[in-house]
Design a protein around this ligand. Structure first.
Ligand code: FE
Length: 348
Protein backbone atom coordinates (compact mmCIF):
# COMPACT_ATOMS: atom_id res chain seq x y z
CA UNK A 1 0.00 0.00 0.00
CA UNK A 2 1.24 3.43 -0.92
CA UNK A 3 1.32 5.76 2.02
CA UNK A 4 -0.10 9.25 1.61
CA UNK A 5 2.63 11.89 1.26
CA UNK A 6 2.42 13.22 4.82
CA UNK A 7 2.65 9.71 6.26
CA UNK A 8 5.79 9.03 4.20
CA UNK A 9 7.36 12.22 5.51
CA UNK A 10 6.34 11.31 9.03
CA UNK A 11 7.73 7.79 8.85
CA UNK A 12 10.97 9.04 7.27
CA UNK A 13 11.29 11.65 9.98
CA UNK A 14 10.63 9.11 12.72
CA UNK A 15 13.07 6.73 11.09
CA UNK A 16 15.70 9.43 11.05
CA UNK A 17 15.20 10.27 14.69
CA UNK A 18 15.05 6.62 15.61
CA UNK A 19 18.40 6.08 13.93
CA UNK A 20 19.94 9.16 15.49
CA UNK A 21 18.63 8.02 18.84
CA UNK A 22 20.00 4.51 18.46
CA UNK A 23 23.42 5.90 17.63
CA UNK A 24 23.44 8.26 20.54
CA UNK A 25 24.76 5.74 23.03
CA UNK A 26 26.08 8.24 25.49
CA UNK A 27 25.24 10.05 28.66
CA UNK A 28 26.53 13.33 30.03
CA UNK A 29 26.95 13.08 33.76
CA UNK A 30 27.54 16.07 36.03
CA UNK A 31 28.78 14.59 39.27
CA UNK A 32 29.67 16.16 42.57
CA UNK A 33 30.46 12.80 44.13
CA UNK A 34 34.06 13.23 45.22
CA UNK A 35 34.86 9.56 45.68
CA UNK A 36 37.46 7.85 43.46
CA UNK A 37 35.87 4.45 44.06
CA UNK A 38 32.90 5.51 41.91
CA UNK A 39 34.89 4.73 38.74
CA UNK A 40 33.88 1.08 38.96
CA UNK A 41 30.26 2.13 39.31
CA UNK A 42 30.31 4.08 36.05
CA UNK A 43 32.25 1.49 34.07
CA UNK A 44 29.79 -1.18 35.24
CA UNK A 45 26.97 0.78 33.60
CA UNK A 46 28.85 1.14 30.31
CA UNK A 47 29.64 -2.57 30.30
CA UNK A 48 26.02 -3.49 30.95
CA UNK A 49 24.41 -1.10 28.46
CA UNK A 50 27.02 0.03 25.94
CA UNK A 51 26.21 3.62 26.90
CA UNK A 52 29.34 5.73 27.22
CA UNK A 53 29.48 8.18 30.12
CA UNK A 54 31.02 11.62 29.62
CA UNK A 55 31.69 13.04 33.02
CA UNK A 56 31.98 16.56 34.35
CA UNK A 57 33.33 16.47 37.89
CA UNK A 58 33.17 19.52 40.11
CA UNK A 59 32.08 20.33 43.61
CA UNK A 60 28.37 20.86 44.21
CA UNK A 61 28.56 24.65 44.00
CA UNK A 62 30.56 24.41 40.76
CA UNK A 63 28.05 22.04 39.19
CA UNK A 64 25.07 24.18 40.15
CA UNK A 65 26.77 27.34 38.84
CA UNK A 66 27.64 25.62 35.57
CA UNK A 67 24.08 24.33 35.07
CA UNK A 68 22.65 27.79 35.69
CA UNK A 69 25.11 29.40 33.26
CA UNK A 70 24.44 26.81 30.53
CA UNK A 71 20.66 27.07 30.83
CA UNK A 72 18.71 25.29 28.07
CA UNK A 73 21.93 24.64 26.14
CA UNK A 74 23.30 22.46 28.94
CA UNK A 75 24.48 19.05 27.74
CA UNK A 76 23.88 17.58 31.22
CA UNK A 77 21.68 14.47 31.31
CA UNK A 78 22.14 13.32 34.90
CA UNK A 79 23.10 15.42 37.93
CA UNK A 80 24.51 13.70 41.04
CA UNK A 81 24.86 15.76 44.21
CA UNK A 82 25.80 14.95 47.77
CA UNK A 83 23.64 16.27 50.56
CA UNK A 84 19.93 16.95 51.00
CA UNK A 85 20.34 20.73 51.18
CA UNK A 86 22.08 20.84 47.80
CA UNK A 87 19.54 18.52 46.15
CA UNK A 88 16.75 20.71 47.47
CA UNK A 89 18.48 23.86 46.13
CA UNK A 90 18.88 22.32 42.66
CA UNK A 91 15.22 21.25 42.70
CA UNK A 92 14.00 24.73 43.65
CA UNK A 93 16.21 26.27 40.97
CA UNK A 94 14.48 24.06 38.39
CA UNK A 95 17.59 22.15 37.37
CA UNK A 96 15.86 18.74 37.35
CA UNK A 97 12.90 17.37 35.42
CA UNK A 98 10.45 15.00 37.09
CA UNK A 99 10.99 11.29 36.53
CA UNK A 100 8.31 8.63 36.78
CA UNK A 101 9.93 5.26 37.23
CA UNK A 102 8.51 2.23 38.95
CA UNK A 103 12.01 0.85 39.37
CA UNK A 104 13.14 3.98 41.25
CA UNK A 105 9.92 4.30 43.25
CA UNK A 106 10.14 0.66 44.32
CA UNK A 107 13.81 0.92 45.31
CA UNK A 108 14.02 4.33 46.99
CA UNK A 109 11.91 4.81 50.16
CA UNK A 110 9.52 7.77 49.87
CA UNK A 111 11.24 9.80 52.61
CA UNK A 112 14.50 9.72 50.63
CA UNK A 113 13.08 11.33 47.48
CA UNK A 114 12.21 14.90 46.49
CA UNK A 115 8.70 16.18 47.03
CA UNK A 116 6.38 14.79 44.40
CA UNK A 117 6.23 17.17 41.43
CA UNK A 118 2.93 18.85 40.43
CA UNK A 119 2.84 16.75 37.27
CA UNK A 120 3.71 13.53 39.11
CA UNK A 121 7.12 11.93 39.36
CA UNK A 122 10.08 13.07 41.40
CA UNK A 123 12.85 15.58 40.72
CA UNK A 124 15.52 13.57 42.53
CA UNK A 125 16.08 10.29 44.29
CA UNK A 126 18.38 9.48 47.20
CA UNK A 127 20.82 6.80 46.06
CA UNK A 128 22.84 6.19 49.20
CA UNK A 129 22.77 7.37 52.80
CA UNK A 130 25.34 8.43 55.38
CA UNK A 131 24.91 8.82 59.10
CA UNK A 132 26.03 12.00 60.90
CA UNK A 133 27.65 10.43 63.93
CA UNK A 134 29.58 11.51 67.02
CA UNK A 135 33.12 10.44 67.87
CA UNK A 136 34.67 11.06 71.26
CA UNK A 137 37.84 10.77 73.31
CA UNK A 138 37.40 7.54 75.27
CA UNK A 139 39.67 8.83 78.07
CA UNK A 140 37.80 12.08 78.73
CA UNK A 141 34.22 11.50 77.64
CA UNK A 142 31.66 8.83 78.46
CA UNK A 143 29.46 7.48 75.73
CA UNK A 144 26.43 8.46 77.81
CA UNK A 145 27.62 12.11 77.70
CA UNK A 146 27.13 12.25 73.93
CA UNK A 147 24.44 9.73 73.06
CA UNK A 148 22.04 12.39 71.76
CA UNK A 149 22.56 15.44 69.55
CA UNK A 150 20.93 17.49 72.31
CA UNK A 151 23.69 16.56 74.76
CA UNK A 152 26.37 18.06 72.49
CA UNK A 153 25.04 21.45 73.66
CA UNK A 154 24.97 20.52 77.35
CA UNK A 155 27.12 22.79 79.57
CA UNK A 156 28.87 19.65 80.93
CA UNK A 157 30.52 19.33 77.50
CA UNK A 158 31.99 22.84 77.54
CA UNK A 159 35.31 23.25 75.72
CA UNK A 160 35.14 19.80 74.12
CA UNK A 161 33.26 20.08 70.83
CA UNK A 162 34.86 20.24 67.37
CA UNK A 163 32.83 20.67 64.19
CA UNK A 164 33.38 21.87 60.66
CA UNK A 165 31.71 25.13 59.62
CA UNK A 166 28.07 25.42 60.59
CA UNK A 167 27.26 26.57 57.05
CA UNK A 168 28.63 23.42 55.45
CA UNK A 169 25.73 21.52 53.84
CA UNK A 170 26.33 18.44 56.04
CA UNK A 171 25.71 20.60 59.09
CA UNK A 172 22.91 22.61 57.47
CA UNK A 173 21.10 19.31 56.91
CA UNK A 174 21.69 18.05 60.45
CA UNK A 175 20.50 21.39 61.86
CA UNK A 176 17.56 21.41 59.43
CA UNK A 177 16.56 18.01 60.83
CA UNK A 178 16.87 19.33 64.39
CA UNK A 179 14.55 22.19 63.42
CA UNK A 180 11.96 19.60 62.35
CA UNK A 181 12.29 17.76 65.66
CA UNK A 182 12.65 20.63 68.14
CA UNK A 183 11.08 23.71 66.56
CA UNK A 184 12.75 27.08 66.09
CA UNK A 185 13.26 28.26 69.67
CA UNK A 186 14.79 25.08 71.01
CA UNK A 187 16.94 24.62 67.92
CA UNK A 188 18.39 28.10 68.24
CA UNK A 189 19.14 27.53 71.94
CA UNK A 190 20.77 24.22 70.97
CA UNK A 191 22.94 25.91 68.33
CA UNK A 192 23.93 28.52 70.90
CA UNK A 193 24.93 25.70 73.23
CA UNK A 194 27.09 24.11 70.51
CA UNK A 195 28.91 27.40 69.97
CA UNK A 196 29.45 27.73 73.74
CA UNK A 197 30.93 24.21 73.88
CA UNK A 198 33.48 24.58 71.07
CA UNK A 199 37.04 23.45 71.76
CA UNK A 200 38.19 25.61 68.83
CA UNK A 201 36.64 27.73 66.08
CA UNK A 202 35.14 25.54 63.32
CA UNK A 203 37.70 24.60 60.68
CA UNK A 204 38.61 21.77 58.32
CA UNK A 205 36.54 18.86 57.06
CA UNK A 206 35.04 15.92 58.92
CA UNK A 207 38.26 13.89 58.87
CA UNK A 208 40.05 16.80 60.57
CA UNK A 209 37.52 16.66 63.40
CA UNK A 210 38.19 12.92 63.93
CA UNK A 211 41.92 13.64 63.95
CA UNK A 212 41.30 16.41 66.49
CA UNK A 213 39.76 13.86 68.86
CA UNK A 214 42.60 11.38 68.31
CA UNK A 215 45.21 14.07 69.04
CA UNK A 216 43.45 15.18 72.22
CA UNK A 217 42.58 18.68 70.99
CA UNK A 218 38.87 17.84 70.87
CA UNK A 219 36.87 15.70 73.28
CA UNK A 220 33.90 15.33 70.92
CA UNK A 221 33.43 15.69 67.17
CA UNK A 222 30.71 15.27 64.58
CA UNK A 223 31.42 13.49 61.29
CA UNK A 224 29.79 11.68 58.43
CA UNK A 225 30.13 7.95 58.93
CA UNK A 226 32.07 7.22 55.73
CA UNK A 227 35.01 9.40 56.79
CA UNK A 228 35.48 7.25 59.88
CA UNK A 229 34.98 4.04 57.88
CA UNK A 230 37.64 5.21 55.43
CA UNK A 231 40.14 5.61 58.28
CA UNK A 232 39.16 2.21 59.72
CA UNK A 233 39.75 0.54 56.34
CA UNK A 234 42.87 2.51 55.43
CA UNK A 235 45.98 0.73 54.22
CA UNK A 236 48.01 3.18 56.32
CA UNK A 237 48.55 1.99 59.92
CA UNK A 238 48.67 5.59 61.21
CA UNK A 239 45.17 6.23 59.84
CA UNK A 240 43.80 3.03 61.36
CA UNK A 241 45.39 4.12 64.65
CA UNK A 242 43.38 7.37 64.52
CA UNK A 243 40.15 5.40 64.10
CA UNK A 244 41.15 3.04 66.93
CA UNK A 245 41.60 5.92 69.37
CA UNK A 246 38.06 7.30 69.13
CA UNK A 247 34.78 6.08 70.56
CA UNK A 248 31.75 6.11 68.24
CA UNK A 249 28.12 6.80 68.96
CA UNK A 250 25.07 6.73 66.74
CA UNK A 251 23.04 9.42 68.49
CA UNK A 252 19.36 9.43 69.47
CA UNK A 253 18.82 5.68 69.46
CA UNK A 254 16.11 6.01 72.09
CA UNK A 255 14.32 8.89 70.38
CA UNK A 256 14.08 9.75 66.67
CA UNK A 257 17.22 7.96 65.46
CA UNK A 258 20.53 9.04 63.99
CA UNK A 259 20.44 11.78 61.37
CA UNK A 260 20.82 10.31 57.89
CA UNK A 261 21.79 12.41 54.92
CA UNK A 262 21.61 11.37 51.27
CA UNK A 263 23.64 11.48 48.13
CA UNK A 264 21.32 11.41 45.18
CA UNK A 265 20.55 12.51 41.70
CA UNK A 266 18.03 13.24 39.03
CA UNK A 267 17.58 13.85 35.32
CA UNK A 268 18.70 17.31 34.17
CA UNK A 269 15.97 19.69 33.04
CA UNK A 270 17.28 19.95 29.47
CA UNK A 271 18.62 16.39 29.10
CA UNK A 272 19.12 15.38 25.46
CA UNK A 273 19.64 11.69 26.32
CA UNK A 274 16.69 11.34 28.64
CA UNK A 275 16.12 7.60 28.24
CA UNK A 276 19.78 6.89 28.98
CA UNK A 277 19.57 9.18 31.99
CA UNK A 278 16.64 7.28 33.50
CA UNK A 279 18.37 3.99 32.70
CA UNK A 280 21.46 5.20 34.57
CA UNK A 281 19.49 6.20 37.68
CA UNK A 282 17.74 2.84 37.60
CA UNK A 283 21.12 1.14 37.34
CA UNK A 284 22.29 3.04 40.44
CA UNK A 285 19.56 1.41 42.55
CA UNK A 286 20.31 -2.09 41.23
CA UNK A 287 21.72 -4.48 43.84
CA UNK A 288 25.19 -4.42 42.23
CA UNK A 289 25.41 -0.62 42.24
CA UNK A 290 23.88 -0.33 45.71
CA UNK A 291 26.42 -2.80 46.98
CA UNK A 292 29.12 -0.68 45.43
CA UNK A 293 27.99 2.41 47.34
CA UNK A 294 28.28 0.37 50.52
CA UNK A 295 31.60 -1.26 49.83
CA UNK A 296 33.31 1.32 47.67
CA UNK A 297 32.41 4.47 49.54
CA UNK A 298 31.20 3.08 52.88
CA UNK A 299 27.65 4.41 52.50
CA UNK A 300 24.42 2.63 53.30
CA UNK A 301 22.30 1.46 50.38
CA UNK A 302 18.84 3.02 49.98
CA UNK A 303 17.35 -0.10 48.41
CA UNK A 304 15.94 -2.64 50.81
CA UNK A 305 17.26 -6.16 50.84
CA UNK A 306 20.77 -5.27 49.65
CA UNK A 307 23.23 -7.27 51.69
CA UNK A 308 25.73 -5.03 53.44
CA UNK A 309 29.21 -6.44 53.11
CA UNK A 310 31.34 -3.83 54.83
CA UNK A 311 33.14 -4.73 58.08
CA UNK A 312 33.80 -1.09 59.04
CA UNK A 313 30.12 -0.11 58.81
CA UNK A 314 29.20 -3.27 60.73
CA UNK A 315 31.75 -2.56 63.44
CA UNK A 316 30.91 1.10 63.99
CA UNK A 317 27.15 0.70 64.02
CA UNK A 318 26.93 -2.66 65.71
CA UNK A 319 25.19 -3.93 62.59
CA UNK A 320 21.82 -2.40 63.17
CA UNK A 321 20.77 1.03 64.37
CA UNK A 322 17.78 3.31 64.36
CA UNK A 323 17.92 5.93 61.64
CA UNK A 324 15.88 9.09 61.34
CA UNK A 325 12.86 8.81 59.05
CA UNK A 326 12.14 12.49 58.36
CA UNK A 327 11.31 13.39 54.77
CA UNK A 328 14.76 14.45 53.66
CA UNK A 329 13.31 17.07 51.29
CA UNK A 330 11.87 18.93 54.32
CA UNK A 331 15.34 18.91 55.88
CA UNK A 332 16.85 20.51 52.77
CA UNK A 333 14.09 23.10 52.69
CA UNK A 334 15.00 24.31 56.20
CA UNK A 335 18.48 25.46 55.25
CA UNK A 336 17.67 29.15 54.71
CA UNK A 337 16.11 29.42 58.16
CA UNK A 338 19.00 27.49 59.70
CA UNK A 339 21.51 29.87 58.12
CA UNK A 340 19.71 32.83 59.74
CA UNK A 341 19.86 31.10 63.10
CA UNK A 342 23.58 30.37 62.67
CA UNK A 343 24.19 34.06 61.99
CA UNK A 344 22.25 35.00 65.12
CA UNK A 345 24.32 32.72 67.38
CA UNK A 346 27.56 33.51 65.51
CA UNK A 347 28.23 29.90 64.46
CA UNK A 348 30.87 30.36 61.74
FE1 FE B 1 31.83 14.15 51.98
Amino acid sequence: MRLPFFATVLSTTLGFYGLAHAQNQELNLYSARHYPTDEALYSGFTQATGIKINRVDADDAGILARLRAEGAASPADVILLVDASRLWRADVDGLFQPVRSKVLNDAVPAHLRSRQSDVGGFAWFGLSTRARIVVYDKDKVQKSDVDTYEKLADPSNKGKLCMRSGSHPYNLSLFGAMLEHLGEQKTQAWLQGLVANMARAPKGGDTDQIKGVASGECGIAVTNSYYLARLMRSSKPEERAIADKVGVVFPNQSSWGTHMNVAGGGVARHAKNRDNAVKFLEYLVSPAAQNHFANGNNEWPVAKGVKLDNPALQAMSGGDFKSELLPISAVGMNQAMVQQMLDRVDFK
